[in-house]
Design a protein around this ligand. Structure first.
Ligand SMILES: O=C1O[C@H](COP(=O)(O)O)[C@@H](O)[C@H](O)[C@H]1O
Length: 260
């Protein structure tokens, strides 16, 4: 089993989209063989536009079987421009053609936006219900996590050097001092992220090149994305465009379409 992440580089986001779609459809097929649902966790940010580009043109997405959870969420109203749920709805789900079976989307409890701890506990209970009781399951196994990578190397709302990186009991944790606004958020914890069956990072644009250099060339710097690469050995795939890895020493892989 390979231990390094697989890194696929494309000229631009348009060229990346079909490969990302194929990868997601492979994960969907594997999940639907295991159970009658596709349980995924998604980030917000630039990922969502890339998902729309990838998924809208293709057939075979069984939207009605998707159970979508948030890898992290900002504690703001769902219609706030900062909401990851709001972004997913506006930039992806509202584009689904009329009559498409809708995915089940698990958003944060909006009654708890002022209390990050309560909001994290409540979202953990949602996971416990969806993935079986915490007593019998040490960690939930997402079929797929689709993650972004911030320009500082954060992923989910796990920020470089933050104490939350050491959280190893909770499935979902509260953060009140996010260095990127808004400060109050909830996030999946690192053990939950690395326990997922597959993890894909999507990073595009030259603004990511500097941090990708650190992530891949200096993994010991311990940036959150490097910790995921390390902790989820062999299960991590990166989809990037050429500007995002300009000047970064990586071992690229060539995407082979399963349809060829
Ligand atoms: O704050 C956040 O930022 C990251 C990265 O966003 P990007 O726009 O630089 O890709 C995102 O993955 C995370 O979900 C979000 O809450």
């Amino acid at each position: 089993m390979p231990t390094l992440p697989s890194i696929y580089v494309f000229n631009d986001a348009d060229a990346m989209a079909p490969a990302l779609a194929e990868y997601i459809l492979q994960a969907q097929a594997a999940a639907l063989q295991r159970h009658d649902a596709f349980k995924i966790g998604v980030s917000g940010g630039s990922l969502v536009a890339n998902l729309r580009k990838a998924l809208l043109p293709v057939e075979g997405v069984e939207w009605g079987k998707w159970q979508i959870f948030f890898a992290d969420e900002r504690l703001v109203p769902l219609d706030d421009p900062e909401s990851n749920y709001g972004l997913l709805k506006k930039d992806l789900l509202e584009y689904l053609p009329e009559g498409t079976p809708q995915p089940t989307v698990f958003h944060v409890d909006t009654a708890l936006l002022d209390d990050a701890l309560e909001a994290a506990d409540a979202y953990e209970k949602v996971l416990i219900k969806s993935f079986a009781a915490k007593d019998s399951v040490r960690l939930p196994s997402f079929d797929l996590l689709l993650l972004g990578c911030g320009p500082d190397g954060h992923t989910c709302s796990l920020f470089p050097g933050h104490e939350l990186l050491r959280e190893n009991v909770a499935w979902v944790a509260a953060i009140e001092d996010s260095p990127k606004p808004p400060p109050r958020r909830i996030t999946l914890t690192l053990p939950v992220v690395t326990h997922s069956l597959r993890i894909a990072f999507v990073a595009t644009g030259g603004s990511k090149a500097e941090v990708l250099k650190t992530i891949f060339e200096e993994p010991d710097a311990g940036l959150p994305c490097s910790l995921v690469n390390e902790g989820a050995r062999g299960k991590v795939t990166w989809f990037v465009d050429a500007p995002a890895v300009q000047g970064v020493a990586i071992q690229k892989k060539e995407w082979k379409s399963p349809s060829l």
